[in-house]
Design a protein around this ligand. Structure first.
Ligand SMILES: Nc1ncnc2c1ncn2[C@@H]1O[C@H](COP(=O)(O)OP(=O)(O)OP(=O)(O)O)[C@@H](O)[C@H]1O
Length: 676
């Protein structure tokens, strides 16, 4: 194994072009879940083939059993029938030869051989029919197995906790397991070929043993070198492919950059084109050199393999000739033996190659199994206690939360606060202070490391998660822009119920998106995705309105708006705040996260966060007041922001003005609002 790895890395080291060294610091290798299987084919040898075979076949049969039992039975019966047919055919051929090479007139010998000939013909015909049945059954199984495996993958993935999806290790597994379904499909095909080859091998070996026990070692002598050669060729090709594919990958990356829309402006502005083209050419040339090296290697390996097989064949036939010469074996038996040895050795060679494929594919199917197990362990729990129908408040009690894989810094560090329902509650604070994290915990997307989130008296950790999620509607900073029509982009907010016209119109009106929708080429039915025929691209602000419409359509009892106005124009922003006020007046809880501190004036309660802690809470006036105690984080931030909107300072006052102290706009507490 070590030597094999050595071969690959040496080949890599030798073949990394100067361009690859400069641009990527070495060979360009993927760091994805599936890339860990790149070396798997190198582990293949005769012993491992024999050891792994039952497991590989078992895995495929398990999937096929789940997908279509009828088709699996058909394929199994057809393959076993084919094996029996092959054995019967070989025995019949032996009889035919015995009659033809026996004593008597030609007519007698032919007549004597006729029944056995008919059996051989019948066996061949039966073999053809069974082969057709097996092919049809496999064709039926393949897509079903792929569907079953894909569904298993998607269902398990959709059910896991958000923190699992964000976990690097789980993500790598997810990445690797995505190939499991297509691998499972191919495994059906390879498995069928393996069973065919196995049956053929067993039939040939069985017939040889029946004819003469000494013939079996001849089969082994002839097939082992060719099996070894097949494995060696496969392994060498794989090593070479891995080296060659790196140049191809690097070249593709460069050519992709040259035509990418994202890089287009920079390529032109900084004149990067000739630089990239130069390296593209250099990489292509090393790819060509590697291909040349490959074909020489292939030719040499092929020659060695042919030599070994030839030697083994000569030895086998010499031994057979010796048996015939000494009279230890009848001529007819010798003829049948040649046929059986040829069939058997071809079957074994095929068997090795197919197991090789099966082995590679099984690694990805194995990942799919592991993913399902892991996803089961990390799934969002189903069921739980019902939430109170109309809680008076949601309370955070000493909540601590740290993102996994981060430098263990707490994103929330002992947060205790109250969100009274039916009010507008604003969360403010500097970037990274924990506002978004707090609402993600509130929505049930993450669970606290310690502390509790109470809906009246009920701890959210014990509540039915599905119900919890359905209570909250979120317009986040990064709400998803679905590549669907405008209508679906809104109604997906509550996809489990049928779309109603009234609800849709109401949501569009709420978000102030009537004009936007009317102006779309196909109205609500316009596809919002670039790169597709009829697809339309919206601006950031237009998307934000659709996001608002989606959240309104969802009609959660708690509406979270995280930076709702960052891309809205001034008129839309003002309208949104009026809407939010009206919603709160109608009893809806609104949690507002914003950096525009002037816009939280209308909030009933403001919580100020700093480094994952709540440092101040109160109304707008409380927090601006100079008379109350506290760190004054809100007041300082607000004054800083307000200063940017303040009119330019008047020219320096004349000495007489300075004496009178009449500088306009500087009276305490007269800080203008950001939108003033
Ligand atoms: N998915 C994540 N994985 C790891 N760390 C995260 C993740 N999301 C946020 N953080 C970190 O958690 C801390 C709090 O982030 P959060 O997004 O809650 O702050 P915020 O107050 O909403 O910031 P902003 O005003 O910039 O939106 C930050 O240090 C941030 O880097």
């Amino acid at each position: 194994m070590t030597a094999q790895h050595g071969t690959k890395s040496e080949a890599e080291a030798e073949n990394v072009s100067a361009s690859e060294r400069l641009l990527f610091g070495g060979p360009l290798r993927y760091d994805m879940g599936w890339s860990k299987h790149e070396d798997a084919a190198l582990q293949l040898n005769l012993r491992s083939v024999v050891r792994r075979l039952p497991g590989l076949v078992g895995t495929t049969v398990g999937l096929a059993w789940e997908a279509d039992r009828g088709a699996l039975r058909l394929v199994t019966l057809a393959e076993v029938g084919r094996g029996i047919g092959q054995a019967v055919g070989l025995i019949a051929v032996n009889r035919v030869l015995a009659h033809l090479l026996g004593d008597g007139s030609t007519a007698d010998r032919l007549t004597g051989a006729a029944p056995a000939l008919a059996v051989a013909g019948g066996a061949a015909l039966l073999g053809a029919v069974l082969r057709a049945l097996s092919t049809a059954g496999t064709g039926q199984l393949e897509p079903k197995v792929e569907r079953v495996a894909t569904e298993r993958y998607l269902t398990h993935t959709a059910r896991v906790e958000l923190e699992a999806v964000e976990d690097d290790e789980f993500h790598k597994l997810l990445d690797s397991a995505q190939y499991g379904a297509s691998s499972a499909r191919r495994m059906v095909q390879y498995c069928q070929s393996v069973v065919t080859a196995l049956m053929s091998l067993v039939a040939s070996a069985g017939v040889l043993a029946l004819l003469h026990p000494a013939l079996l070692p001849l089969l082994v002598a002839m097939t082992v070198p060719s099996a070894w050669a097949a494995l060696t060729v496969a392994r060498r090709r794989y090593v070479s492919f891995q080296v060659w594919v790196q140049h191809a990958r690097a070249g593709r990356l460069i050519s992709g950059l040259l035509i990418s829309t994202d890089a287009a402006a920079e390529i032109r502005a900084h004149d990067v084109g000739p630089f990239l083209l130069h390296h593209f050419r250099a990489m292509s040339q090393s790819q060509e050199a590697e291909q040349r090296r490959l074909s020489r290697l292939d030719a040499r390996t092929g020659l060695i393999a042919a030599g070994w097989t030839g030697l083994a064949t000569v030895a086998a036939y010499a031994a057979l000739g010796g048996l015939l010469w000494t009279g230890a074996m009848a001529l007819a038996v010798g003829g049948t033996a040649v046929l059986a040895i040829r069939t058997g050795s071809a079957a074994l060679e095929n068997l090795i190659l197919q197991v090789n494929h099966l082995n590679e594919e099984s690694l990805f199917v194995g990942d799919l199994h592991r993913l399902c197990e892991e996803a089961g362990r990390r799934a969002i729990p189903v069921g739980g206690r019902p939430l109170p129908p109309a809680p008076a408040a949601i309370t955070f009690e000493d909540v601590v939360f740290t993102y996994r894989g981060k430098d263990n810094r707490r994103a929330l560090d002992g947060v205790s606060l109250t969100i009274p329902t039916g009010k507008i509650v604003a969360l403010v604070g500097e970037n990274g202070s924990g506002k978004t994290t707090l609402v993600k915990l509130l929505c049930g997307l993450y669970r606290p490391d310690s502390g509790r989130i109470l809906w009246d008296g009920l701890d959210a950790a014990e509540a039915d998660r599905q119900e919890l999620v359905s209570r909250v509607a979120v317009v986040g900073q990064d709400f998803y822009r679905w590549p669907f029509t405008a209508e679906v982009n809104i109604s997906i907010g509550r996809s489990e119920v049928p779309v109603t016209e009234e609800r849709l119109t109401d949501a569009v009106r709420y978000a102030g998106a009537e004009e936007l929708i009317e102006e779309l080429p196909r109205g609500r039915r316009t596809l919002l995705a670039r790169g597709y025929k009829g697809g339309h691209q919206l601006s950031g602000g237009q998307w934000q309105r659709l996001g608002l419409a989606r959240a309104h359509y969802r009609a959660g009892r708690v509406l979270v708006v995280d930076e709702p106005t960052s891309a809205l124009d001034a008129r839309a922003e003002q309208r949104l705040f009026e809407q939010i006020r009206r919603l709160a007046d109608a009893g809806q809880t609104v949690i507002l996260i914003t950096h525009r501190l002037g816009s939280v004036r209308a909030a009933d309660l403001i919580h100020v966060l700093d480094h994952g802690r709540v440092v101040e809470s109160g109304t707008f006036d409380d927090l601006l007041s100079d008379t109350t105690d506290g760190p004054k984080v809100f007041r300082d931030l607000y004054r800083l922001q307000a200063a940017q909107y303040a009119p330019p300072a008047p020219p320096a006052p004349a000495a007489s003005d300075a004496v009178s102290g009449a500088v306009p706009g500087t009276a305490p507490g007269a800080v203008p609002g950001p939108r003033a």
